[in-house]
Design a protein around this ligand. Structure first.
Ligand SMILES: N[C@@H](CCC(=O)N[C@@H](CS)C(=O)NCC(=O)O)C(=O)O
Length: 249
């Protein structure tokens, strides 16, 4: 898919031809969704390039030249390729404004803490949930899943309790990169791994559910959902994806 606003002659605007565009290497319902939401939120012209996970395209030398770790997403920018979801989100916020407190804003330190918490604490725990084979031998797997569920549950309790401190930057009127990062993770816990999601009871975290519902009400969510086949309420009532191209796993 190509998202460009064209001028009256049908050409992309100057910034898209020269300074921009971004190229988002994505797979449907992957962490690239966080970046798609942020790009849409700032109305930034971008192209998407499918990483075909059904053939493990993320492992090819061509993709690893962009992302040495072979993970989705990678974002080609006018300053070179950026990878790691949080790094890409912060890059976009710093470059285009909005989405996150800027340098000098009193809220920046505290919100950086939560951005790194999402990236260093919650997201890695989800990776253990979704890719147990990368972290444990088969015998240990069911024990690991149980403790992983308990651990993630406690992380979500922590975040739920911290919501008042995140006021203005999570579930607020203006979308932030924290919304863009957290809401897909809430979705994934409800859907993945297939057949192993019974532990996740969103009603235990009503504040986080409200953040998800707020995200669902934003027009950018409709655009992202149509592009990736995520259904009508992808964050507050997730349904398995039905993407127009590619595969989530
Ligand atoms: N720390 C990475 C994690 C990204 C990640 O886990 N990507 C998943 C898709 S959502 C992936 O590439 N999985 C393929 C694999 O682990 O082989 C980031 O924040 O970008």
């Amino acid at each position: 898919m190509v998202v460009f606003r064209l001028d009256r002659q049908g050409r992309p605007p100057d910034d898209a031809r020269m300074d921009l565009p971004y190229r988002l290497h994505y797979a449907p319902d992957n962490a690239s969704l966080c970046l798609r939401l942020a790009l849409l939120a700032r109305d930034l012209p971008f192209r998407t390039v499918l990483v075909d996970r059904s053939i493990r395209a993320q492992d090819t030398p061509a993709y690893r030249a962009l992302h040495p770790g072979g993970l989705v997403p990678a974002l080609e920018t006018p300053d070179g390729t950026v990878f790691e979801t949080a790094a890409c989100l912060l890059y976009l916020a710093d470059r285009h404004g909005g989405l996150f407190p800027g340098p000098g804003d009193a809220a920046r330190g505290s919100m950086l803490s939560w951005l790194f918490w999402l990236s260093n604490t919650l997201h890695p725990a989800l990776r253990v949930l979704f890719y147990p084979e990368q972290y444990s031998g088969p015998a240990a797997r069911s024990d690991m899943a149980r403790s992983n569920h308990e651990q993630i549950g406690r992380m979500l309790d922590t975040l739920e309790a911290a919501l008042p401190r995140l006021e203005g930057w999570l579930g607020a009127e203006e979308v932030s990169i924290l919304d863009c990062y957290l809401c897909p993770m809430l979705r994934w816990m409800a859907l993945y791994p297939e057949g192993g999601t019974g532990w996740y009871q969103p009603a235990r975290w009503p504040g986080l559910q409200a953040v998800a519902a707020r995200m669902d009400a934003r027009p950018i969510t409709g655009v992202a959902s149509r592009a990736e086949g995520l259904g009508p309420l992808p964050f507050s009532r997730p349904e398995p994806p039905d993407p127009p191209e590619g595969s989530p796993i």
